[in-house]
Design a protein around this ligand. Structure first.
Ligand code: KG4
Length: 334
């Protein structure tokens, strides 16, 4: 199974053989850095340049040839339409040339099923049902996973995603895009109790991060403008206090969801699950409650084709193929 991921700004291809990952190649796009965010048109063009060498490298690293492929899985959405169109069209073209079926994968299913990526036969995978906290640049969701394709979103953000909170606050601090990893690095040297930012009071299992962003901005402002001297002098403390607040918001809802569902396994996924503080908080919480934690290797937290090939492999086993008139979709939930 060849998997192709092109939903945002990473072009990735991976090969899974009988359920075991054999290669996972990712080409990240640096073209967006100077714009402080992903520019969709530039992303599509970079995908077009990257896709052939990335697929070629994935096949070579896996030690397979195109003729060995049984099927091709691709991310159909949600994501940037132009970017998705590159992966979708490439998958269709290659499938017609090789006379093998295509399998469409929901990107969010992919992030959840990243926990089923196995590099060795003995690698453990979660038992159903489990709770997955999916936190990325575009999503913050709590998902009750009953089966590979039976998932229910039981909590979601009502405004910004957790990754957006990291990135937007980092942007006002003058840090490069995406800011999440920079906040993570700076937070390690800062005093997390130095600043207090607003925390939302949203009922149920839903999240909100936009109030935190506003409260953060007000802390940095001197009357009407961000005070650059204040930011420079307090960088690590600001980063550490911001990270602590985001983690407290995430963990508050996760803990409530565990109580309400009674699950005994918790998994995390998405770009923000690469954050050292989030990983530690989830590991500590699970150890304390005596529940099993699935914290993915960092390479499988952000966008990657290994999760697409893995999710595609499960659909392939069920015989669920995709027609050639299928088009990408920009938005969809689980
Ligand atoms: O899953 P992902 O690669 O794709 C999108 O949804 O775009 O997630 C990217 C997000 C960005 O917001 C990025 O800042 C955040 O994940 N991220 C992190 C860290 N690594 C990536 N946030 C906090 N700490 C990190 N170490």
């Amino acid at each position: 199974m060849l998997g192709i991921e092109s939903s945002c700004d990473d072009t990735s291809a991976a090969v899974v053989v009988d359920g075991i990952l054999r290669s996972n190649i990712i080409a990240s796009q640096s073209v967006h850095e100077e714009y402080g965010g992903v520019v969709p048109e530039l992303a599509s063009r970079a995908h077009q340049q990257n896709i052939v060498p990335v697929v070629d490298a994935a096949l070579r690293h896996a030690g397979v040839t195109p003729a060995d492929l049984s099927a091709i899985a691709f991310t159909r959405g949600p994501g940037l339409l132009g970017s998705l169109l590159v992966g979708t069209s490439f998958a269709k073209g290659l499938s017609l040339a090789l006379r093998v079926p295509i399998v469409d994968v929901n990107h969010l299913h992919g992030h959840v099923l990243a926990h089923f990526i196995r590099q060795n036969e003995a690698d453990p995978v979660p038992e159903f049902p489990f709770l997955c906290m999916l936190v990325s640049g575009g999503n913050s969701q709590l998902i009750l996973v009953r089966d590979c394709f039976d998932m229910e979103v039981i909590g979601r953000t009502i405004d910004d995603a957790a990754g957006e909170a990291f990135d937007k606050c980092a942007k006002v601090m003058g840090l490069p895009y995406p800011g999440g990893p920079h906040i993570d690095r700076l937070a390690a040297e800062g005093d997390a109790t130095r600043f207090d930012f607003a925390k939302p009071r949203i009922p149920g299992l839903d999240y909100s991060f936009s109030g935190l962003k506003t409260s953060f901005l007000y802390t940095l402002r001197d009357e009407t403008k961000v005070n650059p001297d204040f930011v420079r002098e307090n960088m690590p403390d600001l980063a550490a206090s911001l990270q602590r607040t985001i983690i407290e918001i995430l963990m508050g809802k996760l803990s409530r969801a565990v109580k309400e569902t009674g699950v005994t396994t918790v998994a995390i996924g998405g770009g923000v699950s690469a954050n050292s503080g989030v990983r530690k908080a989830v590991a500590d919480f699970c150890a304390d409650k005596g529940i099993t934690a699935f914290i993915p290797p960092r390479a499988f937290t952000t966008d990657n084709a290994a999760m697409v090939a893995t999710a595609g492999y499960f659909k392939y086993l069920k015989g669920e193929f995709c027609p050639y008139n299928a088009v990408p979709y920009a938005r969809v939930t689980i």
